[in-house]
Design a protein around this ligand. Structure first.
Ligand code: NAP
Ligand code: F7E
Length: 331
């Protein structure tokens, strides 16, 4: 019989890729959406027509219980969050409520609707929990055993989500797996994140629609992979015999300057410096200096490996934005 999955964060980048993957695998897919005047509702309705939309909010437990009762899923993927690190400094309490306590709400909704022993739960944990400081950087990259030292209200809220999910696994024997995912990007990345901001601006510069891009710090380094590869890892985590935590990463780290270099090369520009300005408005009160993940456990246990490499990722994003901007479509 076909399985049923419930995805929170269906309008987001990962919600898009995961819904596609599960649909291809024959799942019936439900997606939770903050529905009132959500500008992204029409994208889901047109691009993911097979998704059954449920109007609910991660900060409203009763709406989540009703969602569980409506969908009756075997698998719940908790992707919803206030996910922008910069925004979390400006709205730390909302971030704690949604990104942190929202995880508890979803876990309680599963228990209250009777799914404690039957539902498998994926929690979207993050490399932001490690913090990237020099004193706390394993030589070969962060593993599932590494020490956490979050550097933003987002990272702190995610750490609460990670530990409460772990606690429900240990306390109630629930099938709860946390994916500690390093940055993953792609055509569906929000325009407020640095990679998509760059790929979109580069396309617009090529087409004469803008003449420069304004960014914050350019030296931080990230372990950047492709979102389409990472949702496959999420699914594999819930197909195991027992729940566990897994790092998904590429094992490489690159600076924003390196991303800029490759992105501008795609439009035939070797020196990006004349096109980039910096503004402290895009800098953070505390920065995560360098993130590098070690995906050995996921490779061994899940048989997961990223397919798209760093140059391939940049190319994919710039090509997509060139087409999008030439067509005058909206994203
Ligand atoms: P995203 O594009 O920012 O999507 C976030 C989703 O959360 C959106 O669908 C948003 O819906 C929803 N949401 C926000 N507040 C909500 C609320 N109160 N109730 C219900 N839904 C709400 O994020 P993503 O890149 O797909 O990431 C998916 C998850 O993985 C997030 O939890 C993120 O923190 C985590 N993560 C991401 C990365 C990465 O590199 N992408 C890495 C590690 C972990 P609206 O349309 O209503 O805003
Ligand atoms: O920043 C720097 C910024 O916002 C990356 C989320 O998905 O991945 C993401 O968090 C770097 C940072 O992603 C701009 O200071 C410079 O050093 O694209 P970002 P993030 O903070 O790494 C993790 C794994 C998550 O879990 C999060 O949910 O780029 N940067 N100039 C800039 N960043 C932005 N957004 N905009 C700039 O203009």
């Amino acid at each position: 019989m076909a399985k049923t999955a419930l995805i929170t964060g269906i309008t987001g980048q990962d919600g898009y890729h995961l819904a596609q993957l599960l649909h291809e695998k024959g799942y019936k897919v439900y997606g939770i959406m903050r529905a009132q005047q959500n500008p992204r509702r029409k994208n889901v309705e047109t691009e993911l027509p097979y998704v059954n939309i449920i109007e609910a909010d991660l900060s409203d437990l009763s709406s989540l219980v009703r969602a569980m009762e409506t969908a009756k899923p075997q698998e719940v993927y908790n992707l919803a969050a206030i996910s922008h690190v910069g925004y979390s400094f400006k709205n730390p309490i909302l971030t704690a409520d949604v990104t942190g306590k929202g995880v508890l709400n979803m876990l309680e909704a599963i228990r209250l609707s009777g799914g404690e022993k039957t539902v498998r739960f994926y929690q979207a944990s993050t490399s932001e929990m490690y913090g990237g400081l020099e004193y706390n950087r394993p030589k070969n990259g962060y593993t599932e055993e590494s020490k956490f030292h979050p550097r933003s209200p987002y990272g702190v809220a995610k750490l609460y989500g990670h530990w409460i999910a772990t606690n429900y696994r240990e306390s109630y024997g629930m099938f709860v797996s946390c994916g500690i995912l390093f940055n993953h990007e792609g055509e569906r990345r929000g325009l407020e994140f640095v990679t998509r901001k760059i790929s979109n601006a580069v396309a617009r510069i090529k087409l004469g629609k803008q003449d420069h891009i304004v960014l914050g710090d350019l030296w931080p380094k990230r372990d950047w992979g492709y979102a389409g590869d990472y949702v496959e890892g999420m699914w594999r985590m819930l197909q195991q015999d027992k729940p566990d935590d897994f790092v998904l990463a590429t094992g490489e780290t690159h600076s924003i300057e390196e991303f800029l270099t490759l992105a501008f090369k795609e439009i035939g520009i070797d020196d990006w410096k004349p096109y980039v300005k910096q503004d402290p408005a895009f800098m953070r009160p505390a920065e995560v200096d360098l993130l590098l993940g070690d995906p050995t456990k996921a490779e061994k246990v899940l048989g997961w490996k990223r397919k798209v490499d760093f140059p391939g990722l940049v190319k994919k994003m710039v090509e997509y934005d060139l087409e999008l901007e030439s067509d005058q479509k909206t994203s």
